[in-house]
Design a protein around this ligand. Sequence first.
Ligand SMILES: [Zn+2]
Length: 390
Amino acid sequence: MEWLFLLLPVAAISGWVSARSHYKKRFSAQKNYFDPDYFTGLNYLLNEQPDKAIDVFIRLLEVNSDTVETHLALANLFRRRGETERAIRIHQNLIARPTLKPSQRDQALIELGLDYMSAGVLDRAEHLFLELLNTPSPPTDAYKHLLGLYQQQKNWQKAIDMAKKIQSTDPQKIGAEIAQFYCELAEQELEIDPSRALPLLKQANQFDAKCVRAALLGATVHIQSDHYAKALKSLAKIEQQDPNYLPEALPLLKTCYQALNKLPSFQTWLKGILARHPLMVSAHLMLAQVIEVESGTEKAQAYLQSQLQRQPSLEGLHHLLSMGDLNPQVLLPLVNDMTESLLQHGRRYVCQHCGFSGKTIHWHCPGCQHWGTIRLTELHFSSFDPISEH
Ligand SMILES: [Zn+2]
């Protein structure tokens, strides 16, 4: 009798195999078959009747689950156009289908969460993503979107917890983000209880040793409690971390050295920085300020003049002018250099239609192909936009 039991799994497997081949045949037959409803739906869409088009697409899903990708694409299109209600309808209908594969269901749920996010119903999105995390194999995107959501809510503690759960392929990047979240928390504490900010900044530094923001904030906390030597120690890290941020540290450094009555040491430090980063305008200007305090205005002017002749800068010229009486024979060539280079950078021909910009006039815009839309933008300082904003 025992051999009869042995046959049972065989029967189950053969049943599975025949069902599979049947499904395959049906699938390949459908591949060459286009439902006329499909074109009706497309036609509604083309005639800008998207609600009718959605109805047709949703009806199609009942008979053909192979169009799931098409539905997802259509819903994404709606969401991107800001029509989140339509996107939600499509995704909710997809999720209600019992024939959906688990991976497709997960994707539709994630997309629905994104719909909620762009509709601004963040609590619903959070709830949905958190439910996905409780499934046996949570989709990795759910972690990522929750992290985005907590950042949007400025809920930094939750963002930290979520980021720590993400098994990133780029641990350095996620570490740098976690450090920023700790800095956000520290900045909040700075206004309430500065002593609680320091442990948070220590955490930031542990997740990202190159976190300049933590070094700057740490110095601010120490300065607030008159611990200038500690503040200097914190600021000293920045050159190693990223010298591009040194200009942010200079005013804090000046405060510390002044409070400690050690401006000559600051001068030495600045000269060291300039030996390694000779083009750092803000360090030259700070050095000029220190020279003025230590050795008088004339010495400071002489330093700035020689510096400006080597490297013209608007900040430098402005600073020099603010120092008072200057010999026109020295000043005029400097002003001339400066206005010339400003004009070279600022005079642009810009298309009023698409924003294309170039150094010479084009009557036919290479960007948008319109005729006669490009004009010279002249520099008007009353409405001067910083170039970096563009
Ligand atoms: Zn154009």
